[in-house]
Design a protein around this ligand. Sequence first.
Ligand code: BV8
Length: 243
Amino acid sequence: MQFPDHPVPIVVLTGAGISKESGLDTFRDEDGIWSKVRIEDVATPEAFRRDPERVMEFYNHRRAGLLDPAVHPNEAHKALARLQESWPEEVMVVTQNIDNLHERGGAKDVVHMHGELLKVRCEACGNISEWLEDLTIDTPCFVCGSVGTKRPHVVWFGEMPLHMDKIEWALTHCGLFVSIGTSGNVYPAAGFVSMARLRGKAYTIELNLEPSEGSSLFHECRHGQATDLVPAFVDELLMRNAA
Ligand code: BV8
């Protein structure tokens, strides 16, 4: 299969690696988040039922980290926004990240399949609202007044990721699938490359620091830092289109 020779709809999947050079930790690298805390203690519905304060504290810490003035979108986030703006076909950015660096880098309509760190949800009334402070179990819902029902608006292990219908439709209709900064360990995102290849007949490319779990599934892999690879890849795409 060849790289598409005309503009096609693109789906870009991003993971923690794209935000690493902005100062946010990845999960499964040597010094990553899952080397310091156990998934079972902080990122499952069972953990939240067992010890909500511990889970709140984990996300309060990460929220404060994201709001640190030193954390900015990097050249990879900005390059994807440039691609969205200049590419004649749709460019859907689907992210597993719960940070807001794609939006701050200028990307539009970002699909957050694992939720958003700066939002909270009330399990009683379903209200989702922006949240920039620490969250405690005593924080009442300002819509329905319930106490003890607010939680981070994130998808934990064992929960259904968000926007799956929209993502699967896009994967089935895209001509190019690009996976950036993800280790390919977490499903269903790790299965998107196969879905794009088999259902969408897309050309598939991995841009990552090192070969991911599923790197053999891609037509092409480029390895290096996201801030080098992504701007160069976007320039290449836009040049091919201009030629
Ligand atoms: C579900 C919460 C049912 C938010 C996270 C088979 C099929 C389907 C499901 C399963 C299956 N097998 C197992 C499952 C269940 C499970 C799962 O996948 N378990 C794994 C561990 C085996 N999945 C689920 O429970 C999901 N729900 O499946 O529902 C369903 C079934 C079918 C269809 C639909 C639904 C829910 C998963 C959500 C989990 N929530 N976190 C938060 O706190 O953040 S997961 C967590 O991992 C983060 O969200 C993160 O985004 C995600 C993925 O990690 P990565 O982004 O890839 O990060 P990682 O550190 O691993 O890798 C970083 C990469 O970057 C590395 O390769 C590194 O080399 C690279 N890198 C580093 N620096 C750079 C760089 N690259 C470029 N430049 C750099 N500078």
